[in-house]
Write a protein that binds this ligand. Structure first.
Ligand code: ZN
Ligand code: ZN
Ligand code: FE
Length: 325
């Protein structure tokens, strides 16, 4: 781990207009130059060594640190210590693998089990409020290291989108005495047209309210909030449905693998939210072969997505693609 440079700016800044935190760190631009053919995630690199098939390492250029400095107070604006942890999950020793859906489901289950161990470990830390696991796939979204990997942010705050979902779920729970997400699953089973694939314990569907041209949400059928609550069979079947769904994205267009963002939405770590239900969200970033969907003026500036297709038709295309896996 690189020694922390006290001159580095690292803090959370509160946006009082949108009521959300911005993670500020200028340490990342100090990343040293690396030779073109050197991969820090390959077996035998200084931090990886040999004899592993999945590896979780601390991110050398993190947004959050366990020993983050106390920020200088501002007379008006709110700040917080950027205390937390950033990890990289190196999902396979195979540098040239395109996507984790190319791995056998047993290997994906191994990745999930390692992440669950990490959640258990981080849950004991005082700073750990939230455990966000995410995966960016494709050079289109600026992934510089092609070696298959995902990331973990252990945060001292609950991310805004998850917070919004928790608030919605709480209001729904109070009004209906039921879980919003359990009800969504029932509606999707009833409508059927947006279901992508399903097994005994999990369901994958394209949401009615999809923001991205091709989008998949994967839910456990049992009402649970944290990944650590999954039983063994649920972990194995999670690996299976995740592999299938991602493979559907990969095979969607003949000439190239769909770039995507995948994120785990689960409960905050310590407080129990009985009305929250964990799920995975996958956003495919292509609208057609070689045509990227950009989040631009309306989406970023206005905050509402535009959807140029028929969501149910696109759900069918993605479902057909999964069948080819
Ligand atoms: Zn590599
Ligand atoms: Zn539920
Ligand atoms: Fe969500």
């Amino acid at each position: 781990m690189k020694d922390f440079d006290k001159k580095d700016l690292m803090e959370l800044r509160w946006d009082p207009t949108l009521r959300e935190w911005v993670l500020v760190s200028d340490a990342r631009r100090r990343r040293p130059w690396q030779p073109k053919n050197f991969c820090p995630f390959c077996p035998g690199a200084p931090e990886t060594g040999y004899g592993w098939d999945v590896l979780i390492l601390e991110n050398r250029y993190p947004m959050l640190r366990e020993d983050a400095p106390e920020p200088h107070p501002h007379y008006f604006y709110r700040k917080r210590r950027a205390v937390g942890k950033c990890y990289v999950v190196i999902e396979t020793p195979e540098h040239d693998l395109d996507d984790i859906s190319d791995l056998p489901k047993e290997h994906i289950a191994k990745i999930i089990r390692l992440i669950i161990d990490k959640i258990r470990e981080e849950s004991t830390k005082k700073y750990a409020k939230y455990f966000l696991w995410f995966r960016n796939k494709g050079s289109e979204i600026g992934v510089s290291l092609t070696h298959p990997h995902s990331q973990i942010y252990v945060l001292p705050i609950v991310p805004s989108r998850v917070m919004r979902e928790i608030m919605s779920a709480r209001a729904y729970w109070r009004e209906n005495k039921r879980c919003l997400f359990c009800d969504l699953i029932e509606v999707e089973k009833n409508d059927k047209i947006r279901i992508l694939t399903e097994n005994e314990r999990w369901i994958s569907f394209m949401p009615f309210y999809s923001h991205w041209p091709f989008e998949a949400h994967i839910y456990p059928k049992r009402h649970i909030g944290l990944l650590t609550e999954l039983d063994d069979e649920e972990i194995d079947l999670f690996a299976e449905i995740l592999r299938k769904t991602l493979c559907g994205f990969k095979k969607l267009f003949a000439s190239k693998s769909t770039p995507y963002i995948m994120v785990l939405h689960q409960s905050p770590l310590k407080k129990a939210f009985e009305y929250y239900h964990l799920h995975i969200e996958i956003y495919g970033l292509l609208r057609e072969e070689n045509k990227l969907k950009y989040a631009a003026g309306m989406e970023i500036g206005g905050g509402n997505f535009t959807y140029d297709y028929d969501p149910e038709e696109n759900a069918e295309r993605l479902r057909e693609s999964i069948k080819r896996c």
